[in-house]
Design a protein around this ligand. Sequence first.
Ligand SMILES: Cc1cc2nc3c(=O)[nH]c(=O)nc-3n(C[C@H](O)[C@H](O)[C@H](O)COP(=O)(O)OP(=O)(O)OC[C@H]3O[C@@H](n4cnc5c(N)ncnc54)[C@H](O)[C@@H]3O)c2cc1C
Length: 567
Amino acid sequence: MPAHDVLIIGAGLAGQRAALAAARKGASVAVMSKVHPVRSHSVAAAGGINAAISLDDDWHSHAYDTVKGSDYLGDQDAIEVMCSEAPGEVMELEHIGVTFHRNDKGELDLRAFGGASMKRTAYVADITGQAMLHVLYEQLMKHHETVELFEEWFTTSLLIDEARRCCGVIARDVRSGAMEAFKAKNVILACGGAGQVYKPTTNGLIVTGDGIAMAYRAGAPLMDMEMVQYHPTCLVETGILITEGARGEGAHLLNAAGERFMEKSAPNKMELASRDVVSRAEQIEINEGRGVGPNGEGIYLDVTVVPRRRTLEALREIVNLGRDFAGVDITREPIMIRPGQHYIMGGVKTDADGRTAIEGLYAAGEVACVSVHGGNRLGANSLLDTLVFGRRSGEHAADRAAHMGMPEMDSGARLLEDAAEIEAIIERPRDGRRVSEIKNELGELMNRYAAVFRDEDGLQTALETIGRLKEESQNAWIDDRGTVFNQDVLGAIELGYMIDCAEATVISAIERKESRGAQFRTDYPERNDEQWLKHIDIALNGDGAGGPQVSYSPVTITQWQPEERTY
Ligand SMILES: Cc1cc2nc3c(=O)[nH]c(=O)nc-3n(C[C@H](O)[C@H](O)[C@H](O)COP(=O)(O)OP(=O)(O)OC[C@H]3O[C@@H](n4cnc5c(N)ncnc54)[C@H](O)[C@@H]3O)c2cc1C
């Protein structure tokens, strides 16, 4: 049986950064990913990464912007860690080979991003995630003697011993269908977010909340799950993202009358207010009949105001996306966009070293909630979150491993259970619904009732429907009965993970009876610090039979008292 000091589930930026950190500390490391590492969703990140690296900037200013962006729900101690360590992290990446864009003086160039009080986003054109992911993968090759890669292995569950310590995982080799137990002194979940719970979403098909659901089922609390980010600029038909970098370069948002409507809700920052504010403003224009396009469902993003040469140099990927997916040359005409699901601020509750409530289990990146994003993440703070907390988790786990022996646990029963569950899915009779039908209904449901605007009735409808979908998913059938690359059976398992994430999101959204950050309750339109300046935690206790249990935890405030939030 494979056995490692640190086993990392996920090979996106958080997972690879954790692996590099643990390897540099001398730990034996395994990285497992259900897709080839450089196909991890981090590859899609476009606009850049925040760090106070310019001489006239200061990490305190970055931290304040982040606290304000979070609508004061972010934990300020964790935000201070992230922002103070940001410059070092970006310089480290630069030194190991990420070719960040430079200005005419040869210095790292920085672009403006939403909610930031100055230009502090380092970037590689609009392929920043891809550039970073490839460099980290390259760096891991240097440690091939101590870092083992399990590419195209799908984790099905966590191994938890009787003392409630995490001792490894069960996984399936996607290529052959073989099941295996992996022992580890520490497991780091770096499985990414849960965007596929929504339809449409900017997230790829692999972003299905696996890590969140596995930790939740094992008894680890989730936090801030009600906070789901809608990005202001997604293509109307497909939900594909047009990076915030476009507005950072100066693009305008226009309604049907050609007005820059952001003047009404954010007269100072205009299009560069934080994402929750811009998405709400767009949705109001659409709902009140000032949208553009045949059904008035869109808003114009006008990139033509950016010099064409600059667009072709710094935004070339979205020039291609506009042409290929909307038939629009963004350098010559406005493109139709609307708010779309993009990111989840919530996840597995951790401390600033990535530790969860379960000993030996860590989480970092979008799967985790430290909480540095609180009610709303600032653009370009997620890549930073993956790197800072990926590294810190990797280092902490490696240190812990150095002081303990390999856990002894009999994983046989769990291995048989997971294998039998997969066989049962493959054998299901074709008299229920298809997995894909249930997934579509779930996504559309969430996009209708747990989106930019929410209310009690809609959320209750969502919760009841999720209950039905959960039951239907127990009998949902698939086509592929084989073992080799059976993506169908993995899809059925992922559906279960997504339903768990959706349920936790909706229950938390019902619980929070106020409007803050990405959660706007039309029935409770005001922020209510007196009652709701607190995190909502949600957990399955014991064997999960009692269902999800909600509790609260305090928001850590260090330097910045809550104030009215204006842009
Ligand atoms: C289109 C787009 C553009 C973005 N642009 C930016 C940007 O410019 N700046 C910014 O800061 N943020 C951006 N973001 C957000 C940011 O990219 C993500 O939040 C971040 O990359 C997530 O990284 P991660 O390492 O946590 O997870 P991911 O990169 O999603 O990696 C998850 C890993 O977990 C593995 N995995 C999952 N489940 C299993 C399982 N069951 N078994 C085995 N392996 C599993 C996957 O294979 C993968 O390797 C963007 C997001 C999108 C969608």
